[in-house]
Write a protein that binds this ligand. Structure first.
Ligand code: PXL
Length: 290
């Protein structure tokens, strides 16, 4: 019988499992699935919670599992349309991830790297400049990178600036990232003015830039970078154009934050993306129907 539906696109998400706190794989899986893309996972570490605003968390580094998992999949003939990585347990793990990419990626497999290591001008617990060096290498291998402003500053070697971020500053970040990026650079958490926050993307092939801005709510929202990168990665893997992918991923983050704010959910619990998924799915359907 002839297949009635096209083949599902398949993304491999390489990220940690923070058991509580809605970030990394616990958001990548639902968001990638909601995008209509199959999500396979390589967990980089297992933690009880994310490392922001919690103390006493547990953590197990799963570096010894990365290559065995990739080799097993390769031996089964499992193919990937995209490989999306986020939080890594160590700089050494970034080298292993390069081998994983070498094992699993075909020439047209999209590689998306979210260099998750810092925010608000500081490294996440346990990371230092060795992580920046490791992510520089990895980002240079990627087609799409999604650093926040802090990570963009670290990777580019440009000084970190608090908000407001002038267009001149963002241009300097883009220029500094040239050597450490593939086709698309998406800088998240850009605050061009008081009360406004969003993402600016540069297409290095055409030089074109586009942005998606939203009203900024006060405070810090954990996991939003992971939600954005998961949605953007899955949308691009499914074949969305960069503008539609940026708009849909940004709308998902905006609505998740609004719901968290209105509900008064404790910050460290992560954002309430669950209720934002139905609108997101409708938006995704619109992209692929249109
Ligand atoms: O959301 C980024 C992230 C991912 N994984 C772990 C983290 C953080 C941010 O704090 O701690 C374990």
């Amino acid at each position: 019988m002839e297949n009635k539906l096209p083949k599902l696109k398949r993304l491999c998400a390489v990220n940690d499992v923070s058991g509580f706190g809605k970030c990394s794989l616990t958001v990548a899986l639902p968001v990638v699935s909601a995008t209509g893309v199959e999500c396979a996972c390589i967990p980089t570490a297992l933690l009880s919670t994310h490392t922001g605003e919690f103390t006493g968390w547990t953590r197990r580094d799963l570096s010894d599992q990365l290559l065995p998992i990739a080799r097993h999949w390769a031996s089964c003939g499992i193919e990937f349309d995209g490989i999306y990585s986020g939080y890594l347990a160590s700089p050494e793990q970034a080298l292993l991830l390069e081998e994983v990419i070498g094992t699993l990626a075909w020439p047209d497999t999209l590689v998306i790297c979210d260099p998750a290591m810092a925010d608000n001008g500081v490294y996440y617990t346990g990371f230092d400049d060795a992580m920046t060096a490791a992510f520089r290498r990895l980002c240079a291998r990627a087609d799409v990178i999604t650093p926040n402003v802090t990570e963009a500053a670290l990777l580019s070697g440009v000084e970190y600036q608090c908000a407001p971020h002038s267009s001149g500053y963002i241009e300097r970040l883009f220029a500094g990232l040239e050597r450490h990026a593939g086709r698309y650079i998406a800088i998240t958490g850009v605050h061009p003015a008081e009360g406004v926050i969003g993402t600016v993307i540069r297409d290095r092939r055409t030089g074109e830039e586009r942005s998606a801005m939203s009203p900024a709510l006060p405070g810090m929202f954990y996991g939003t970078g992971d939600i954005f990168a998961s949605a953007l990665a899955a949308l691009l893997v499914r074949g969305a154009d960069i503008g539609s992918a940026l708009d849909a991923a940004s709308a998902l983050v905006r609505e998740s934050i609004e719901r968290t704010y209105e509900r008064g959910t404790p910050r460290r619990n992560g954002v309430d993306f669950e209720g934002a998924l139905p609108d997101y799915v409708r938006r995704v359907e619109g992209i692929f129907r249109g």
